[in-house]
Design a protein. Structure first.
Length: 218
């Protein structure tokens, strides 16, 4: 049976598009039943509509508190009997109540090799630190910001000629490979979170997850 998926977005939805493309290609045993945005006019909503996916907008500015907004989003998702929630550029810090409700069935992608560089400005921080490798991490969401168990990391080299823009683009391209891969694992029941450990095909994953390497470090 296909997994029912909700995707939360705030912007262009390029990771949403990558997941849609993988579903259409038969690489993910799931269907997106809702794309929800907190911003009117987010281009990701248009992507969803073009794919025939139901959309909904709930603006956080219409709610008196973060908790009230999160409860409204939670209710909208639960109406769709969702198996998996995907955060794809959803620019909101979620309440503990929301995260706990979807524990073990909510994924996020973060543009760094966690636990390095939680939060913002990850690409510049990697360059400033003189790192030779950078990338993105797909992880389950917990109340700790960018702190949930990591399923997969896509690793790219930082070359001497890299700028902030070029490194950001390198990582962005790999996000579109990494995120659908983890979603496919989840939808195929290959990825399991148990006792704060992740298992892929019954094998315990290391704390930094499955490593997906691109190119060689200069």
């Amino acid at each position: 049976m296909k997994k029912r998926i909700a995707v939360l977005i705030s912007g262009s939805g390029s990771n949403l598009q990558a997941i849609i493309d993988h579903i259409v290609a038969g690489k993910i045993n799931g269907e997106i039943v809702l794309v929800l945005s907190n911003k009117v006019g987010a281009f990701g909503l248009e992507r969803a509509q073009q794919a025939g996916i139901p959309t909904q907008v709930l603006q956080h500015t219409d709610y008196q508190s973060r908790l009230a907004f999160d409860q409204a989003v939670l209710n909208a998702i639960d109406k769709q009997r969702v198996d998996l929630v995907i955060l794809a550029g959803f620019m909101r810090i979620l309440t503990e109540e929301f995260v706990s409700h979807f524990s073990g069935r909510m994924l996020n992608i973060h543009p760094s090799l966690l636990p390095k560089y939680k939060g913002l400005d990850t690409h510049q921080r990697a360059i400033d630190a003189g790192d030779r490798a950078h990338g993105c991490s797909v992880h389950f969401v917990t109340p700790e910001l960018d702190g949930g168990p990591v399923a997969l990391q896509a690793i790219v080299p930082i070359c001497s000629a890299d700028s902030l823009d070029s490194l950001q683009q390198k990582v962005h391209v790999r996000e579109h490979i990494a995120y659908p891969k983890v979603v496919a694992w989840f939808c195929a029941n290959k990825l399991l979170w148990r006792d704060n450990n992740l298992y892929l095909n019954g094998e315990l994953l290391p704390t930094n997850g499955f490593q997906l390497l691109f190119d060689a470090v200069e």
